[in-house]
Design a protein around this ligand. Structure first.
Ligand code: SF4
Length: 436
């Protein structure tokens, strides 16, 4: 197929936002190539005739980054570097009507469930036979696996259901087929992602079926690590923890965004839980899966948050001693439930509170990391950087958690391989070690 510039179609896919967008871009890449269309991901070469920008519409900063990227490619089109600019993903899903008027030079806008229509732009068809196949855009030894789309939760601050729609679980058979294909192509680590992974199966199997899914994926030959992200505290399927505890190849790791530590704010956030119930759940998780690393995310500055509420969150973090923690400052998002509330916490106070929590977490993380000195861990080698190999233990997810640094002057390691590493020193966010 030829584009306006009469040059052969070559598509460059640009991904913004979260790992779920990465998977969507990989599915698009696979479908385009499956239709014989030349397509690449995040190419820096100016040789693509068409750019597809997969946007993020989560909170202010992310939205701004998406708009800046669109404008950059619209300028490139003006300069004749590209012939067509298509925009898809969450920002487009959420603001299509306004954006069409504001940035008329974009050739077409697509939603988050619009793959077939996007493919039509290239006279391509959605190939069902490619389900379960996926070209990866990150190092092939690990792969994100989206187990469901959308979310049915009513969290006050969150615009994701507006962009991703209701919760839809993917069938276990389809996920197992995908895992087998990925393992055949060298994937050893599966990172399970969703908006709410603990809701898995409620729609499709009329029960929370995460435990079953974990068993099936853990049985796939070649998969050495299955890692669980985006768990939700309320209605947590405890049987999933039993599977995690009994299966060696399910990482002793749990990413569970908890959002706050004050019961009053958790109620305002419509999280359906309290501080007491959350602490009980954390206790149960740590009892059922000894040595598990828990990652969480919190929000500072939700409407109505008082100094006392913040103190509650601070003491919650102090007491819970999370292994990994991230804090967002509240973003007042249109059409969310919280948008009807008064955004009464000043921006600088939001930031100050977030900084205080991260400062506290830094000291906790340092203490927990120092306890690892002298111990040996199975480490997956992700890359080589300068004179060092960089890897992760089962307690660390790519891009967001700690890394293990091994000097390349002493050791030779292969990227994508596991190695047993004895930790020799530690900082807040990194471990240093040698091959055992
Ligand atoms: S569970 Fe997550 S994605 Fe769903 S509404 Fe709540 S915060 Fe948003």
């Amino acid at each position: 197929m030829k584009t306006k510039g009469n040059r052969k179609t070559k598509v460059n896919i640009v991904t913004l936002g979260c790992s779920k967008n990465v998977v969507d871009s990989e599915v698009l890449l696979t479908q385009l190539r499956g239709n014989g269309i030349d397509a690449v991901h995040e190419s820096k070469a100016d040789d693509a005739s068409v750019v597809v920008i997969n946007t993020c519409g989560f909170i202010d900063n992310a939205k701004q980054e998406s708009i800046d990227t669109i404008l950059r490619y619209v300028d490139a089109k003006e300069e004749g570097i590209v012939d067509k600019v298509y925009v898809t993903g969450c920002l487009s899903e959420r603001y299509k009507t306004d954006l069409e008027k504001e940035i008329p030079d974009v050739d077409a806008w697509f939603g988050t469930r619009d793959l077939s229509r996007l493919l039509k732009q290239f006279r391509a068809d959605y190939k069902q036979e490619l389900v379960g196949e996926r070209i990866l855009t990150n190092p092939s030894h690990y792969a994100y696996m989206k187990i469901s789309e959308g979310c049915d939760r009513p969290c006050s601050f969150c615009a994701i259901p507006l962009m991703r729609g209701n919760h839809i679980s993917r069938p276990i058979e389809e996920l197992v087929l995908e895992a087998k294909n990925l393992a055949k192509n060298g994937t050893k680590e599966l990172l399970l992602i969703a908006q709410d992974s603990t809701y898995y199966g409620l729609d499709l199997y009329k029960k929370r079926n995460l435990a079953d899914l974990l068993k099936h994926l853990s049985d796939v030959d070649g998969i050495e690590w299955v890692r669980l992200h985006y768990a939700f505290p309320t209605g947590f399927p405890l049987d999933a923890l039993d599977v995690m505890a009994e299966r060696d190849n399910i990482c002793k790791y749990l990413d569970i965004p908890l959002q706050h530590g004050s019961s009053r704010i958790l109620q305002l956030m419509r999280r359906g839980t309290t501080r007491e119930k959350t602490e009980e759940l954390l206790q149960t998780i740590r009892t059922k899966v000894p040595g598990i690393a828990i990652r969480t995310t919190l929000i500072a500055g939700h409407p109505g948050e008082t100094e006392a509420d913040f103190e509650e969150m601070h003491s919650f973090v102090e007491k819970s001693r999370f292994d990994r923690l991230g804090v967002f400052t509240y973003s007042h998002e249109e059409n969310t439930h919280a948008y009807s509330m008064n955004d009464d916490v000043p921006a600088e106070v939001k930031q100050q509170r977030a900084d205080e929590i991260m400062e506290l977490q830094q000291s906790i993380s340092l203490e927990l990391n120092q306890e690892k000195v002298g111990k040996t861990f199975k480490v997956l080698i992700d890359r080589k950087e300068g004179g060092e190999f960089i890897g992760r233990t089962e307690h660390d997810s790519p891009e967001v958690d700690n890394e293990v640094v091994i000097s390349a002057s002493k050791e030779y390691l292969r990227i994508g391989d596991f190695a047993n590493i004895t930790i020799t020193s530690a900082t807040e966010f990194d471990l240093y070690g040698e091959v055992q």
